[in-house]
Write a protein that binds this ligand. Sequence first.
Ligand SMILES: [Zn+2]
Length: 485
Amino acid sequence: MSDLPKVIPDDYVFLAVRGADDAQFGKPSSAAGQARYMLIRPGMTVGEFLAIDLRGNQPRRADITANTKAKAGQTSANLILAAPATAEARAARAAYLGAAAPTAEADTLEFVAPESSNVEPAGAEAAAPVAVAPPTAAYIAPEPEARSPMLDPKKSRLVCEVDFDKDGKQNGFVRLFHSVHASAYGFIPIPITVIKNGEGPTAVLVSGNHGDEYEGQVALCDLARTLEPAKIKGRVIILPMANFPAGMAGRRTSPIDDVNLNRAFPGDPDGTVTQQIAYWIESTLLPKADFVADLHSGGSSLMYVPSALMKVSGNAKRDAAQRAMLEAFGAPMNYISAGGSGTGQDNTLSGGAERLGIPAIGTELAGSGTVTPAAARVVRRGINNLLVHAGILPESERIELPSPPRFVTVSGPEHFVYASESGVWEPLVELGQAVKAEQLAARIYQPETPWKPPVFLRFLADGVVLCKRIPGRTSRGDCLFHLGA
Ligand SMILES: [Zn+2]
C-alpha cells in the first residue's frame, strides 16, 4: 500500500499483526506464545515502532515499507498494518489486504482473511470486532475479552518477595514461576534488594540486563551489601541480575528462550521467560522510580571506553534531568544517543522509562566479558554520586571526579563501522583514538584464501572511537567500531 503515511498520524492507534502461520487479523490471541498488542504512539515514523513476531514471539523492529512488499499469505512475513480511523484509510488498507473494507466506525475494526492467503481459516472468534482504544494512551492493549482476572494481560505474573514500602533493608527474590520437566512448581529467583528510609526519592538501579556484562553486577552487589538504611533518605531498589537466567549463563541472551531482555520491552505478561521479566520491570518496577540507571557494558563481543549515556526524548525537562544525572555520575566519557543502528530503540529498558516519563541513564562501562579495575572504579563512584545528586545520600558522601566528564553524541549509521565481509578483522585504530572521515578503520582477511587481498574499511565521519568489537572472527553485518562526535 504505497499510500501508507510516512509518519503515523494521531488517528492510527492500533497495529494489527498478521503472521502467515497465525490467523491474526488484529484479533488478540489467547494462545500462549503469541502477540496480543502492538505499541504505537502518535508521531512515530515508519519503521520506528515495535512489532512482535507472532511465531517466535520475539520482539523485533518492523518497517511498514518493507513489510508492505510482502504478499498476502507469504510464509514468514509479518504484515504490519495500521488500523486507521478514517473511512478513506480503512478502504485503502482493506484493498491492500484483499479483504472486505471494514464498515465499522472509528473505534471498531473487523478483519477478514483473504481467500488467497495460506492463513488457516479464522473461526468466528477470529472475525470478532476488535475494540480499539482511543488515541490517548501511549500503551494500548486489546480488550481483555471477558478473560479471568488471573489472565488480565495487564497484570504481571511475577511475585516479589520484598515489600517496597517497608523501611529498612530487605533482600529477596522476584519469583518467576517456571514449570519445567525438572521442577514442576519451581520458580526462577531474580534477586532484589530494597533499602528504604522514610520519604524521599526512589532510585531504581539495574544491572545484568545482559548477563555477560559484569561491571554493574559487582558494583550493585557491593551497594546491596553495604548501603545501610540509616545513611539514606528515600529508597534504593537494586536489581543486580535483571535477566537472571542470562546472568547465570554469562550470556547476553537468556539460555531459556534466547531472548535479549534489552530488546524485549515492554514485554509480555504471558510471553516467554524474558518477555515476562521485561513486563514486570516496565509495569511494576519502573513506575516506582524517580530515576533509573541501567548499567551495561560491551559484554562478550564489544569493548567500550568507560562511558555513560542518555537518549534524547524530546521532553526538555526529562532530558535536562538525564543530562544532570550524567554530570553527577561522572563517567570519563558520556554520549547522547540517537538510538538505532542496532543499539536498541523503544524496546529497551530505557525505552520503558521514556514511556513512563522517568529520567534514565545507561552505561557502557567497558566489556570484553570481564571487569577492568578502571571500569569498576567508574561505576562504583558513579552510582554513589548519582545517589548524592538525588539527595538520597548526603552531600558529604560525594566522591570527587578525577577529571571533568566529556560529552559527545552518537548519531546515525555514519558513526558505525560494520563488517562488509566475513573473515578475520584487524583493527587499525585504538579505543579512545580521535579519527577522521575516510581514515582507514580496519582490514578484513580471508585466511581460507590467503592470496586474496584484504578488504579495507574506512570511517564515515570524524569522531572518537568509543567502542570496538572483541572477537577476531567477524561476519558481514557485525559492528566493528562506533564513534562519538
Ligand atoms: Zn548491555
